[in-house]
Design a protein around this ligand. Sequence first.
Ligand code: ACO
Length: 434
Amino acid sequence: MSETAELNVGGKTYTLPVIEGTEQERAIDISKLRAESGHVTLDDGYGNTGSCKSNITFIDGEKGILRYRGYSIEELAVRSTFVEVAHLLIWGELPTSAELQRFSNMLTENSMIHEDMKFHFEGFPRRAHPMAILSSMINATSCFYPELLDSNYDTDSLARQAANLLSQVRTIAAFAYRKSRGLPIIYPKLEYKYTANFLHMMFSHPYRDFPLDPEAVRALDLIFLLHADHEQNCSTATVRMVASSKANLFASAAAGVCALWGPLHGGANQAVLEMLEAIHREGDDGSRFIAAAKDKNSGKKLMGFGHRVYKHYDPRAKIIKQACDEVLARLNKSDPLLDIAKKLEEAAMKEDYFVERNLYPNVDFYSGIIMRALGIPVEMFTVIFAIGRMPGWIANFKEVAEDAKGRIYRPRQIYTGKTLRSYVPIKERGQAGS
Ligand code: ACO
């Protein structure tokens, strides 16, 4: 007999099913509660709400576990590549060599954006943030490839859309950067692989190719891979929300970019770097900033610290921290910001404030230092995150699109505003605000 939960409310008892995931996560299914009892549940910020069943990514925040389709992030980080992981996330399995070849070929074939899209870049002001350009241009992609917008979402049409989006996001991102610097656009090269091609489009000169350092390519590939999915975070939940209305993949992914941009989410990597630079500039040893971050009235937070789900060290942060040391050593670079970050972490971990609240470094705390070493400007950090997160968004979009019984996402609320009142003609409304 399956487990149930009982809820006593208004003098009545309701029996609610308990469902269990493959990793023994348990949830009380309240989907029929309103129909049966007239009550909804309230969970500000969705901290305790499962919004869907998903078989893509598993996180155990208490133990610091992250797995894509059952594979541990630690093993994938060492043994896999971003493109292989993208295949794993979207199609559910690591590719065979034939599948990988086919997938890579599709990415290569789709790497050029529609030539007319180039004119859109001209319309953005020079100082436009590349995240604004990225979300606009991803949405605009749907205008240029109407033939891709087959709403049946069979395997073939999804494969075409996924390859187009995954490949073009990197071209759009590089073009956005070139535009912001007033530099001529560099086209992708057919012979380069995914991450190498991105660095080529970012940094090559029209008449001289950027010398690709395999260490730099591998480091950026690792960053993409570590960001590839993270279950129902703010941006992925946004993608699913938009997808649930049957909006197309490009519209859903553009919304994901917007959600990712905020400094409490993907924008934190830019905010971390700016915080470290400010600490360096002001000659603070970190203690003043930590004191401010503990003070709720200061308006400051220790950026790159804390996580809704992890109450333990973010496993991605552990990998990135180690990669940071290795990459800087291999590229023969040193960075005072890395020393500041390490000291800041050490100092925070001695403070009751951070320990009691389980605030550990998250993925954004060290990633910016690697990106800085690769020559990527700070305003592009969140764009890099968005490129990396694209396979996860596509996989989640696919899950929603393929769910024949799926309903539009539509949360409830508890209304706390005015109750019914009568309309007041303007001449009777007094002078306030004049
Ligand atoms: N610095 C100082 N205090 C913090 C921080 C921080 N970075 N993070 C959380 N806290 C405090 C909160 O003020 C709260 O204190 P209280 O209990 O005294 O009120 C307590 O820790 C719990 O935090 P919540 O706000 O409940 O955590 P929530 O789950 O809502 O938010 C978040 C998580 C947004 C990541 C938060 O920790 C934060 O703002 N961190 C800094 C921004 C950041 O690094 N974001 C990237 C997250 S990872 C990602 O999106 C890829």
